[in-house]
Design a protein around this ligand. Structure first.
Ligand code: SIN
Length: 290
């Protein structure tokens, strides 16, 4: 029996049924999953009892995998292709550095010159309730702007920084690790309206979690425009909220979606995730301004 696809919500998302990622899928099945991914922005595949090697092998069918050099302190010790997102305490009992990863809206690695094309997050442990992730469709957000606002933001670029990406987690992460990673992640600027390279559709490419200001404007001047876009992008009808089950895998297209870990983990609850990241094409420029 082949795989089938069903939609998850109005805003975005599809679930793939009938796929077993512990086996090597046929090229036809991969093409069907890829098609659903491009069409629906995110794809959910439930009930996958897979090893890190199988997670990596499946992810690599969609492109070249990142070795997470930009986040080198948070890689899996044996698999650099796996980025750890976990609130499991470290072996010495101290809190995990990645327990607050992605709690503000963002598109993965937009603060680098090679933002992620896709990310594949696999749930290894999840509490009985909470630990949800929200996803927003940035095509719908762009399409529903007025023509006047589209003209206003069309030529603008915005600054994205690693520093902003970790700002709210200061005091949570080890400062020596943050300082080491800041050195390899200099500020970049990205177009605020970014066409998706496969569909040609335009998307909004700014996010609360990473963007600091609009190029050529002060931070204060930028805020009204950015804040409007941040709120607009996450209108409920553009969003899907995922309630994880152990062994769920979600793959999202970072070029037309944003996401956010809700952070609704009950006290003592363990949430342990593995993420692989498919490299995108180069985008943006280094930002040399203040
Ligand atoms: C991420 O931002 O890559 C992780 C999101 C999540 O843990 O829900």
């Amino acid at each position: 029996m082949g795989i089938s696809v069903r939609r998850l919500s109005y805003g975005l998302g599809a679930e793939i049924l009938g796929a077993d990622l512990s086996r090597t899928l046929s090229d036809e099945d991969i093409a069907q999953i890829r098609q659903a991914w491009i069409e629906h922005g995110i794809v959910l595949i439930r009930g996958q009892d897979i090893t890190p090697e199988q997670h990596i092998a499946f992810s690599a069918r969609f492109g070249t995998l990142d070795d997470h050099a930009a986040l080198f302190k948070y890689r899996h010790p044996d698999h650099p292709e796996i980025f750890l997102v976990s609130n499991k305490p470290k072996a010495d009992g101290t809190p995990s550095d990645t327990r607050n990863t992605g709690v503000r809206w963002h598109s993965d690695l937009s603060y680098t010159l090679r933002p992620a094309m896709g990310s594949l997050l696999f749930c290894r442990e999840i509490p009985e309730v909470g630990g949800d992730t929200m996803f927003a469709n940035t095509y719908l957000a762009y399409d529903s702007l007025s023509e006047g606002f589209k003209r206003l933001i069309g030529p603008l670029w915005a600054v994205h920084t690693f520093e902003e990406a970790v700002r709210e987690t200061e005091g949570v992460r080890d400062p020596a690790n943050i300082a080491a990673m800041k050195k390899v992640n200099r500020p970049v600027m990205q177009p605020m309206v970014r066409p998706h390279e496969e569909t040609g559709r335009k998307t909004i490419y700014v996010s609360t979690g990473v963007t600091t200001h609009i190029v050529g404007m002060t931070r204060e001047e930028s805020q009204p425009i950015l804040q409007y876009l941040y709120q607009h992008c996450i209108r409920p009808e553009f969003v899907y909220r995922h309630r994880w089950q152990r062994n769920d895998l979600i793959m999202w297209d970072n070029r037309c979606t944003m996401h956010k870990a809700v952070g609704d983990i009950p006290s003592g609850g363990i949430r342990h995730m593995h993420r692989t990241t498919v490299l995108g094409t180069p985008s943006g420029q280094l930002y040399e301004g203040a």
